[in-house]
Design a protein around this ligand. Structure first.
Ligand code: ADP
Ligand code: ASP
Ligand code: MG
Length: 450
């Protein structure tokens, strides 16, 4: 059995939907579960609705309908079919119009679930039209999550039960389930989302629950690259990547995979393959447990907008439980920390998302002095063994120094797999390009020397 997830661009044109049909046909004998994202740009459109003035709101609702209508008219030949599929879209848009819209996370999750609900209906019908029996399945019936709206996580036991009891009979009848990516529901039936880009995670959750042979992530590039190919034109696709490397690349900014995707795969030892819907013959990237490679640095990830929080306190000296007290405040304000650096009197932490920081600073200020630096970025150099040679680290600093890029914070991952540097946000692109050029392109990579 295989799970194949198709991202936004893969479901946005007639040609790519026809490619999906081909990919499914070619693997049908393996028993397939399909997971789909919303059409490109639709999640952003839906999320913007509550903030729009009335005239703009109506224009965006029209754009929502038209984007789907144009696709439907190209994908389905029979006008009756076009009408039937479009009727489903109209029904869903009417449901959206009935929502009491606001910017609360709970409402936004319900609102943006419609993107995947509509796309999965279109893809399921397109498969049927191409002679592949399929059935739309809403992940709200499968994936049970906690109530962390906006970035919920799945609860294993009930999810496994649902996935097995709902998907297995469909697959056994030779029908391909087409599942909505990105969404789930709480035990009380409220719609949740798994975080932006979460359809990858949906695929790996389902893959884990069914114990599949492979999880396929079909996207718009030839796999995982040495750097984001949109930024670095000389970036190359990596044929094989280890679970650890892939997880680190995704966590530190490579959008090609949702950061949590790899966790269920690691737990169950399921290989993940990242493939290109627009170049299906390309080998893509195979992600497996162990990879033999001599290159320390395999890939560079980056984040453009991070916040650095510096916390000083002389009370910290020789005091037990001080760090725990500080981290508890971050946790209780829903702040997830990326990097940490600690000295005897200070702690620096970097945050990817600083919603909730105002409250945390208030609490921290009662026993520490806090300063915040915004508009920073982070560049992470990733590869098994990357921190094992001080030569590697020296070379990185030499390159940045030459470009007059100041490093505000460094973190050498204890897992020996990641060096992350915090720099000015407007220097991120330059840093990624020169580091890639010097460490991954010009040379054949740095050899890790023990
Ligand atoms: P999908 O809609 O298929 O989920 P995404 O846009 O979420 O696709 O992810 C694919 C994009 O990820 C690529 O177009 C690429 O620009 C970006 N990306 C960032 N870092 C990397 C990387 N290291 N390797 C490959 N792609 C990357
Ligand atoms: N449609 C969702 C998003 O744009 C989920 C995904 O694409 O994986 O974030
Ligand atoms: Mg994605």
């Amino acid at each position: 059995m295989i799970v194949a997830k198709f991202g936004g661009t893969s479901v946005s044109s007639r040609e790519s939907i026809l490619t999906i049909c081909e990919i499914v046909k070619n693997q049908k004998n393996l028993d397939l579960v399909v997971v789909v994202s919303a059409l490109s740009g639709i999640t952003d459109l839906l999320l913007s609705l509550p903030s729009l003035p009335k005239y703009k709101f109506q224009a965006e609702i029209r754009r929502l309908k038209n984007t789907h209508k144009e696709l439907i008219n190209k994908v389905f030949k029979d006008p009756k079919e076009q009408k039937r599929v479009m009727q489903f879209v109209d029904e869903k848009v009417n449901e959206i119009l009935k929502l009491n819209l606001n910017n609360q996370k709970k409402t936004l999750d319900k609102l943006c679930s419609f993107g995947e609900i509509i796309s999965s209906y279109i893809v399921a019908n397109a498969l049927d039209q191409n002679g592949i029996k399929s059935f739309q399945v809403l992940a709200t019936d499968l994936i049970v999550t906690n109530d962390n709206f906006g970035s919920a996580d799945f609860i294993l036991e009930p999810t496994k039960r649902n996935v097995k009891s709902i998907l297995t009979p469909i697959i056994k009848r030779g029908i391909v389930p087409v599942v909505t990516g990105f969404i789930g529901s709480t035990t009380s039936g409220q719609v949740t989302t798994l975080g932006r880009g979460g359809s990858d995670y949906t695929a790996s959750i389902i893959g884990f629950c069914l114990g599949v042979k492979e999880i396929q992530i079909w996207t718009d590039v030839d796999g995982m690259f040495t750097a984001d190919p949109r930024l670095v034109t000389t970036a190359r696709s990596l044929p094989v990547v280890s679970f650890k490397e892939a997880a680190e690349m995704a966590t530190f900014g490579a959008r090609v995979l949702h950061p949590r995707t790899i966790h269920p795969a690691i737990k169950a030892g399921i290989p993940v393959r990242v493939l290109n819907t627009f170049n299906p013959k390309s080998h893509g990237t195979l992600i497996i447990k162990e990879v033999k490679t001599s290159k320390a640095i395999r890939s560079i990830s980056f984040k453009r907008k991070i916040t650095l929080v510096n916390i000083y306190s002389t009370e910290m000296l020789l005091q037990r439980g001080f760090l725990a007290r500080v981290f508890k405040i971050f946790g209780s304000n829903d702040l997830s920390i990326d990097l940490v650096s600690v000295s005897e009197v200070s702690i620096s932490v970097s945050l990817d998302n600083d919603g909730g920081l105002v409250n945390a600073v208030k609490q921290l200020s009662s026993f520490t002095s806090v300063s915040i630096i915004k508009d920073l970025g982070m560049v992470s150099l990733i590869g098994e063994g990357v921190t094992s040679s001080s030569q590697t680290i020296k070379k990185i600093f030499d390159i940045l120094d030459k470009e007059q890029i100041l490093v505000r914070m460094v973190s050498l991952g204890a897992t020996n797999i990641n060096i992350s540097l915090v720099i000015e946000s407007d220097k991120v692109e330059k840093a990624v390009k020169v580091l890639h050029e010097r460490l991954l392109f010009a040379s054949s990579g740095i050899i890790a020397s023990k």
